[in-house]
Write a protein that binds this ligand. Structure first.
Ligand code: CMP
Length: 139
């Protein structure tokens, strides 16, 4: 089925002027950008978005990193969008990511890993609603 997922192009990628290159890889994987905006995440926004990781040792650094520069938040649409996006992103740690994936191609480290993508349809809906109003999504 055609579904939606939520994506973030992270500060390490926007800093290296890779917004277009990353988006092209998403599009070439069969995903369509139906909403997109470049923002600076506030600390509150980043802490709320990553609340499930609150107890992890890397939480503070992760929030520092995600607020260190602009990010591009996007809604992606396509056949099995969550799964399709996770396949093109590759493993969280670029050292484990497959050739041809976004993280293998561009990520700097497990933290500065260039992209975020929702891991389930349920989380996709929550994450989309966290950053976008309904009228900002144009399919
Ligand atoms: P993301 O898919 O956005 O979800 C949580 C993020 O935490 C992850 O990508 C990485 O950026 C970061 N992360 C995950 N594991 C680690 C780790 N071991 N050390 C530092 N950052 C991590």
């Amino acid at each position: 089925a055609v579904t939606r997922t939520f994506s973030i192009i992270k500060p390490d990628a926007t800093r290296r002027n890779l917004t277009g290159a990353v988006t092209k890889m998403l599009e070439d994987a069969g995903l369509r950008v139906v909403a997109s905006k470049r923002i600076m995440m506030s600390r509150d926004q980043a802490e709320g978005f990553y609340a499930v990781h609150k107890e992890r040792p890397f939480f503070g650094e992760l929030v520092d990193f995600m607020t260190s520069g602009p990010v591009v938040v996007q809604v992606l649409e396509g056949e099995d969008a969550v799964k399709r996006n996770r396949a093109v992103m590759g493993a969280t740690n670029p050292a484990d990511a497959e050739e041809g994936t976004i993280r293998k191609t561009y990520a700097e480290s497990i933290e500065a890993n260039s992209v975020h993508g929702s891991d389930s349809d349920e989380n996709a809906a929550t994450e989309i609603a966290y950053f976008f109003d309904k009228d900002e999504i144009v399919g």
